[in-house]
Design a protein around this ligand. Structure first.
Ligand code: FPP
Length: 279
């Protein structure tokens, strides 16, 4: 009985109850949003900080600062909507090719972000995680990441994963090497190579695969991000540059996602399946 009351209460909650709309556009989008069909795991390629700055005749680093603000806003929105998992692509293995000053700035910005945001992240019961070849990051950055992960380790709310020094192919190489090591230590008969064995050795082990991948600033590519995990993800690309990716633009992406029909290689409705079954 108690369970029934709790369940009916839970499903009578509307998106606008969780997220106070700031304007009419947000209110209309929230009205269209079905809380029962939100992605479990959302992954975002935050692109366009540099172009945002360039258009304003500002240095690129001003774009990254504005990018952090946008990230804060989206993290807060996802927390309020009670998403299970959010993964943000912050620094790729390829990003080391950028000018030294920009790389140094990005590392400093990340440390600043951890310092200023961790208290609020922890208060909101978010469990923080960094994915990527973290052992190659500067020691001070690694120490801050370890502290942040330790602080939030027992939290039970949204999982927030920041991809840092991350590459999808490198992640697969690391997973295959972990499999080989297991086979050497436990003996080849103890290790079976199947999809689960690979998933279990990715940096994202234990997280559901992303249902939705958002990329800002218009480029139609996945840029070596979560290559294994996005096998069945819906992809949403917007021309909006990351620092301009407001709550309204985000809600628009979620509403668009909810219009998609996810078939995982199968057929759509019962009618289509019945027609196919008749041959
Ligand atoms: C893309 O812009 C963004 C990055 C290289 C990643 C940095 C992201 C942030 C600083 C925002 C959020 C950070 C945290 C820590 C949550 P770009 O420089 O590739 O833009 P461009 O393609 O226009 O040059």
């Amino acid at each position: 009985m108690l369970l029934c009351v709790w369940t009916s209460e839970r499903f009578s909650v509307k998106a606008a109850d969780l997220l106070k709309p700031d304007n009419r556009e947000e209110a209309e989008l929230l009205d269209k949003l079905d809380l029962k069909r939100l992605p479990q795991h959302l992954a975002i390629i935050m692109d366009g900080n540099g172009r945002w700055a360039q258009r304003r005749h500002l240095p690129r680093i001003a774009g990254h600062r504005a990018g952090v603000k946008a990230a804060r806003n989206i993290i807060e929105t996802c927390t309020r909507l009670k998403l299970q998992c959010l993964t943000l692509y912050a620094f790729s293995l390829e990003n080391w090719r950028r000018p030294r000053a920009e790389v140094d700035f990005l590392m400093r910005l990340l440390r600043e972000y951890l310092k200023s945001e961790m208290r609020s992240i922890h208060k909101n019961n978010i469990r923080f995680l960094v994915i990527g070849r973290t052992h190659q990051l500067p020691e001070v950055v690694r120490a801050d990441i370890d502290d942040a992960m330790r602080l939030t380790d027992h939290n039970t709310g949204m999982r927030l994963a920041i991809a840092l020094n991350y590459g999808g192919r490198a992640e697969l190489v690391d997973a295959f090497n972990a499999l080989l090591e297991d086979s050497e230590t436990k003996g080849p008969a103890a290790v079976r190579v199947d999809e689960q064995a690979i998933s279990d050795r990715l940096y994202t082990a234990g997280l559901p695969d992303p249902d939705l991948l958002i990329r800002t600033s218009g480029e139609m590519r996945v840029s070596n991000f979560l290559l294994w995990q996005i096998a069945y993800a819906e992809i949403y690309v917007t021309e909006t540059l990351w620092p301009d990716f407001s709550r309204a633009r985000f809600l628009e992406a979620l509403v668009d996602y909810q219009k998609r029909e996810r078939r995982y290689g199968g057929l759509s409705g019962p009618r289509e399946r019945a027609v196919a079954a008749k041959g």
